[in-house]
Design a protein around this ligand. Sequence first.
Ligand SMILES: [Zn+2]
Length: 315
Amino acid sequence: MKKFLKLLAGILASTLLLGGCQSAPADNLSVSGTASLPSAASVSSATATAGKQSASVWYFDVGQGDSELVRLSNGKNLLIDAGTTESGPHLVKLIKDMGITKLDMVIATHPHADHIGGMLKIVENFEIGTFYMPRIADKDVPTTKTYTDLLKGIQRKRIPTVAAKAGISLLQEKSCSVRLLAPKLAQYKEMNNYSAVAMVTIGEKKFLFTGDAQKESETEMLKSGAALHADVLKCGHHGSKTSTTVSFLKAVSPSAAVISCGRGNDYGFPTQQTLTRLKSGGIRIYRTDEQKTICAHTDGKTIQFETGLPSATTT
Ligand SMILES: [Zn+2]
């Protein structure tokens, strides 16, 4: 245990040496109007019309897990989580097939295997700019092989690593920004609440990625007074009833929600309660268990969804 803590402390200590990533600039981009979200059938032209200025947000079908990729119009790429160990090699192939060799920013939202299982493969196969992961309180530091192997992999490749926490800015450019809204606390009762929560702004459009953040973290974010509105919400914890609480959903007020979960998963995700909350808000629901990999194309003014894209699973 001590050895792991030392390894983790050593990796995160490099945080302080990194400049340019610690500021917390004001969120000065506002959103006007509502997202234009045509049905999947009408989106076939989305790729064809995607010009140089367009960005895409990929919600990979990794079975029962999470992995999202944001391809920005400036050529930078952000990967959030990497699914399970089984999905790792498939995910690497899908991303490589896009012609991507470098991931400028990688976020491991929290150390559970359905989020970081495939991350070692990512570390081994891509050049990584900066790696972000939450600092876990000593009493909660996982000793799983998945986690420790990942830490060793990061150390082996000497990847600059920053402790993910609310207020830090990963990217701040004229047309896009990436900022973290959580974790806010140094310690949580439940590992899921350590999840790094990222707000990605592309032009006038906002995409919120919540990892497995649950009610405790959602309440902290609400209390912080941070601007939580997003056009597309990646629902916390695979659509579990303990996330996407009514007050949080009201603050985010998305036009569309994406749920990442496995077909016929053992947990019963997404729960009926979450689906009902989303439906009663008139929010369009996308699910990786039903629609495989989902991609949201945006030019910064409108968003168009594409579904049924190749999965990062064997099934
Ligand atoms: Zn999870």
